[in-house]
Design a protein around this ligand. Structure first.
Ligand SMILES: Cc1cc2nc3c(=O)[nH]c(=O)nc-3n(C[C@H](O)[C@H](O)[C@H](O)COP(=O)(O)OP(=O)(O)OC[C@H]3O[C@@H](n4cnc5c(N)ncnc54)[C@H](O)[C@@H]3O)c2cc1C
Length: 387
């Protein structure tokens, strides 16, 4: 059933048409085996108008439509998480960041190219020793003779090999000051001193993640995100609306993955015969599917509520933390129930999509702020006393 937001809902139909045309299941199976997604899909998304929802109108886009972006992410992930990941490299890591934090010159330089699908961004926050505690970032940036020089290492930089630029969070002063001296640097992937190496993972094939080495990468000062105002101001760029988006995007991908898994299990239950009848006639299977539909609907409402508040610039830190926590955990449980209690052995085997949904969903309670970190956020933001 369509959610009653007519304008944003139009993008759902566009996303589905795009998927049916460009990402049929046999192609996805082939790309999964190759751990590859064709770059030209992003240009085709641009042609379909799907990249416009996060680009300001003055640069040719449709403005900041967070709900529409969320619906597109959901639909893409219901087909294949890698296509949602590719989309996010343009709309999430690219145009939303650039639109809210870039200088006027940076916006004019990057946003039209993002809109046309010509460039992609990756997001370099995590490091080998830095996960949840991002204020402890060790990669450093110094200013020398009118240049900036970046040195360090990033880990888990998804899509780095395909990205044209990596937004690198770097320390622009001493570690003791933690949040006071962080800056975002726009690092071209092909700049001298940048080295990348894939980190093999259980799932998310087609959207691999990478170690990025930054070996005294020398760049113009124009690569400081936000210009002079952005220097030492990385933490405030990371917190606030950007953090809400950072929580929302994995929430929407998890929602989509569970939707895809539930649709496959729902259909399978009507085809599979056991004990002389279709398994959808067995009460145990019916109850699993009814529970999964109910939990998924709760997830969808919570995720859309968060997206709408972010779109309308209403304070939403608690809502997005709750959505990230509840949706990523519940959707993991939905996928695992559909696999085990409905599809049985066939949910474990190649040939159906389910085994891919299972591999992919497991990362969503971890990325974009783990569920434990969201629990911390909720208790802290709601001012629960510690003593
Ligand atoms: C496939 C994949 C893609 C990714 N893509 C990106 C990307 O594109 N860019 C990027 O920057 N990062 C990316 N990440 C990194 C991801 O965001 C981190 O894994 C995540 O932030 C958690 O960090 P960590 O795994 O190092 O866990 P740690 O921080 O080491 O935590 C380990 C465990 O301890 C818990 N924990 C830690 N601190 C606390 C605390 N204060 N209170 C309670 N519990 C705590 C955590 O919840 C977790 O369960 C990706 C990771 C994966 C696996």
């Amino acid at each position: 059933m369509a959610f009653p937001f007519a304008e944003a809902e139009l993008y759902r139909a566009t996303a589905r048409k795009f998927l049916d045309r460009e990402c049929p299941l046999d192609k996805i199976a082939q790309w999964e085996d190759q751990d590859h997604i064709p770059r030209e899909l992003i240009c085709k998304m641009a042609d379909a108008g799907l990249l416009a929802v996060t680009v300001p109108e003055e640069f040719g886009g449709m403005g900041r439509q967070v709900l529409a972006m969320s619906i597109i992410l959901e639909e893409f992930a219901a087909r294949w998480s890698a296509v949602a990941g590719l989309y996010n490299m343009s709309v999430g890591y690219g145009s939303l960041h650039m639109g809210s934090k870039g200088t006027r010159e940076q916006q004019a330089q990057y946003l039209p190219k993002l809109l046309r699908g010509e460039i992609l961004f990756a997001y370099g926050l995590s490091e080998p020793d830095v996960g949840a505690d991002l204020a402890a970032v060790k990669t450093c940036v110094r200013r020398e003779r009118g240049k900036v020089v970046v040195k360090g290492a990033k880990r888990w930089t998804s899509g780095a090999a395909m990205a044209d630029y990596i937004l690198v969070l770097a320390r622009s002063g001493d570690l003791a000051s933690r949040r006071q001296n962080l800056s975002f640097i726009i690092v071209p992937r092909t700049a001298p001193g940048v080295g990348i190496q894939q980190l093999p993972c259980m799932g998310m094939r087609g959207g691999p993640t990478y170690d990025v080495r930054l070996d005294n990468v020398e760049l113009e000062e124009s690569m400081i995100l936000g210009g002079e105002a952005g220097w030492n101001n990385g933490w405030s760029m990371l917190a606030g609306p950007s953090l809400e988006i950072e929580k929302l995007t994995p929430t929407m991908i998890a929602l989509g993955l569970a939707k895809g898994a539930l649709a496959e299990a729902w259909e399978y239950s009507q085809q599979r015969l056991q004990g002389g009848k279709r398994i959808c006639g067995h009460q145990a299977v019916r109850h699993v599917l009814a529970d999964a539909q109910t939990q998924w609907k709760a997830c969808q409402l919570m995720a859309y509520h968060g997206a709408l508040k972010v779109e309308q610039n209403i304070e939403s830190a608690v809502d997005t933390s709750m959505a990230k926590l509840f949706v990523s955990e519940s959707c993991k449980n939905i996928v695992l129930s559909c696999q085990q209690y409905v599809m049985g052995a066939y949910g474990y085997a190649k040939g159906f999509q389910m085994e891919r949904f299972v591999r992919d969903i497991l990362v969503f309670p971890i990325v974009g702020g783990s569920v434990a970190i969201q629990r911390n956020n909720i208790a802290n933001l709601m001012k629960l006393p510690r003593e």
